[in-house]
Design a protein around this ligand. Sequence first.
Ligand code: GCB
Length: 611
Amino acid sequence: LLDTGMLFPRESSSREVKELNGLWSFRADKSPNRNQGFERAWYKSRLVETGPVIDMPVPASYNDVTQDPTLRDFTGWVWYEREVVVPSRWITDKGTRVVLRVGSAHYNSIVWLNGVKVTEHKGGHLPFEAEIGSLIREDPTMPCRITIAVNNTLNLDTLPPGSIQYLNDPTRYPDGFFVQNYYFDFFNYAGIHRPVLLYTTPKAYVDDITVVTDFLDNTGMVKYEVSVQGAAKATLKVTLMDKDGRCVASSDETSGVLKVADVNLWWPYLMHDNPAYLYSMEVRLMAADARATYEDVYTLPVGIRTVKVTNTQFLINNKPFYFHGVNKHEDSDIRGKGLDWPLIVKDFNLIKWLGANSFRTSHYPYAEEIMQMCDRHGIVVIDECPGVGIKDIRSFGNASLAHHLVVMEELVRRDKNHPSVVMWSVANEPAAEMPPAGYYFKTLIEHTKALDPTRPVTYITDSNYARDKGAPYVDVICVNSYFSWYHDPGHIEVIPIQLNTQFENWYGKYQKPIIQSEYGADAVPGLHSDPPMMFTEEYQNVVLESYHNVFDQKRKQYVIGELIWNFADFMTAQGITRVVGNKKGIFSRQRQPKSAAFILKERYWRLANAT
Ligand code: GCB
């Protein structure tokens, strides 16, 4: 199990944050073995001294920023570097911990400070960090040079998995030709995707906080546990404050239960007229050593709510919750998967315009900044790990499983305190009928439940209800289907019968509630035909409406949600079924509505008003 916390870096009276976003120097290692950077130790000097560099924005995917097709489609190590001015008080005050944090970099990363390796991390969607205080103090006159090498190569043990295929036929391919194959349907954008920053804490500090919430009648309960590092002896003051900053409960213990009278529960928006209520939990740590007294202050937003699953319902605060929402991607023009505030805010505005109450983080964890927005806006989240494209039997092996367990540990550690997160998804459309899938998902789901006993766990399936080997272990059945698209293309009339059969089969076998976790059809914006034909806006409309008719019959029984595929068009690898990306968005990639968006808007508001 992971032995440190990963609290979101926040400023406080004891903590400073310095963002390192902006332009970094950059070079892709295009040497034949992709390894020149290591052979020549590019991290030892300034990057510009070992070859040409270009400007690269951080955060952003590097793929779509230049005019160079070999960089867009690059597989291998790329090198980022910049120098930082560290405030002198951080250096002179030896009681200050200085931490370098990367919000995410895809996929495998190694980080050096002034040529000394400080950390490495496998996995493209979760944060990692390293303490660098002692290194920057070694020679305070030296500039602080940060080098980050990032490799986007996917193999059978990465998550998501992929494989490299060498094509050695000299009559057909140039020398050294290889391709990166992967079995998921979005472009393998790469680079430093989320903010890089330095932050400080005192030497003795709050390392982690875990809250679990409950309520009885009007009394809220916040069960908490604080872990402290760097202090043999410390005193703690935990204060829970309401929205107006008034203390509603407090304690001096490192763990305990805070009771909140006349509790304001955290409700999804549309479900309550005072939704998304957040308390603030201030954790104040006082530690003393022979020379000085340190104080660390960290404030965590806390939403008090419960989640439960029955045979037929999903309950939030004991009230049935029906998911009517979207699947998303972190994806947009030019920046690829790079965190972008205008885009994030636009997407939230569109979600609310639609009247959607939820989304799934298909197919990997999104930036924690997005999870915080969900907490504040009352948008419910199914939090998915990057277990997408597990199709090759070798990806069910021990090494893959071991890594998958670690990724779930990292995800739960980061997102456990978000009230908006109501369920974990450990995978999307794995080859769940293969023999090793039973053991694999049993282990993975049990591990996730041990990490977080409070949330249901699922994975998203597209396999046959009778042969799916992981379904016995999930709490909620999440099914994807594309009737009249990938099956019986053009035949809308099959949808009612096939969709009814799908629901009846799954419910009949498992008696668990079901979410239609994907459905949809591609529509090229502006393409029209009546009668509808595939790829037109009209066809997308009738597919959605046919699905909706069936949802409405089953909604009162055991179908507990519908998530459209997809919120917006997004980029994919090039292939004969994709027209510059996947066009199943109800918004274009530029976030303009197709006509389906208006159908969903009408439906979601109707559903919201019906509950
Ligand atoms: C799916 C996948 C999703 C794809 C979608 C499609 O089942 O889960 O990643 O993009 O279908 O459009 O094919």
